[in-house]
Design a protein around this ligand. Structure first.
Ligand code: G3P
Ligand code: MG
Length: 246
């Protein structure tokens, strides 16, 4: 597996709190503000095509109803994924993964694709996402997931694309789980990063990234503790132009 140069900051869900989540408008905004990395959530449509969305249900972020996994791509592509955030984003589409990848490539962004399988679709989602990124530019994509089954499936098809295992609270056997999937990094909820865990990660040489950090003081503490990167909604709060640590 190739290495990966973490950007110091990932714009969480595309454009953080400044744009509708998991949209191209959000990704473009992150780039305009100088962000070099974005994180997006990816799930499969009914016909097995990867799209950017966080929830299994369409209700919170789009004008659709029902579940992503029960809706074909043609229907998802007609939805408005912007109006629920603000009328200024009316008509913003729910993007396909390939549109997001093209957008990130054009803007020179690295993208952390969080594989977010709907229930029962872990392997299929990992396999499909892996297939879409297997032949990409080195460093363009970092895969992550809470689902070890999804990451394992992605690894089979895209072994060279770097992976990080995602936890809310990190279990005691994190090191075995990471090495079992040949993961390069560990991502976890910021509130669960104890000083002991940070020290163990540093000692093991495992880069770690924490979500979702929306306060400057918290960010400073996490960087001090050795975090390679943070995920933030507050794109306005941070200066993303700080030099990256590779
Ligand atoms: O990948 C980090 C973070 O996005 C995980 O939480 O629920 O915002 O996808 P969530
Ligand atoms: Mg996410």
């Amino acid at each position: 597996m190739a290495g990966y140069c973490y950007p110091r900051l990932f714009a969480h869900r595309g454009g953080g709190a400044l744009a509708p989540e998991n949209t191209l408008a959000g990704i473009r905004l992150a780039a305009r503000l100088g962000y070099r990395g974005v994180e997006v959530d990816v799930m499969l449509s009914q016909d097995g095509l990867p799209v950017l969305i966080h929830d299994e249900s369409l209700a919170r972020t789009t004008d659709g109803a029902g579940d992503v996994a029960r809706t074909p791509l043609a229907e998802l592509s007609r939805l408005d994924a912007g109006s629920r955030f603000h009328r200024a984003f009316a008509g913003e589409p729910l993007p396909r993964l390939e549109d997001a990848l093209d957008c990130c490539a054009r803007l020179g962004l690295t993208v952390n694709i969080e594989i977010k399988p709907a229930a029962g679709l872990a392997e299929e989602t990992g396999r499909t996402v892996g297939g879409r990124v297997a032949a990409g530019e080195p460093g363009a994509v970092l895969l992550s997931s809470f689902s070890e089954a999804a990451l394992a499936a992605a690894r089979l098809i895209a072994p060279a694309v770097p992976r990080a295992l995602l936890f809310e609270a990190v279990p005691p056997d994190w090191q075995g789980r990471l090495s079992g999937l040949d993961c390069l990094g560990l991502h976890c909820a910021a509130r669960h990063l104890s000083p002991e865990l940070a020290a163990a990660l540093r000692a093991a040489g495992i880069p770690f990234a924490c979500y979702t950090v929306n306060e400057a003081a918290t960010a400073a503490g996490l960087f001090e503790a050795g975090a390679a990167a943070l995920f933030t909604d507050r794109l306005d709060l941070f200066d993303p132009r700080n030099p990256d640590r590779c």
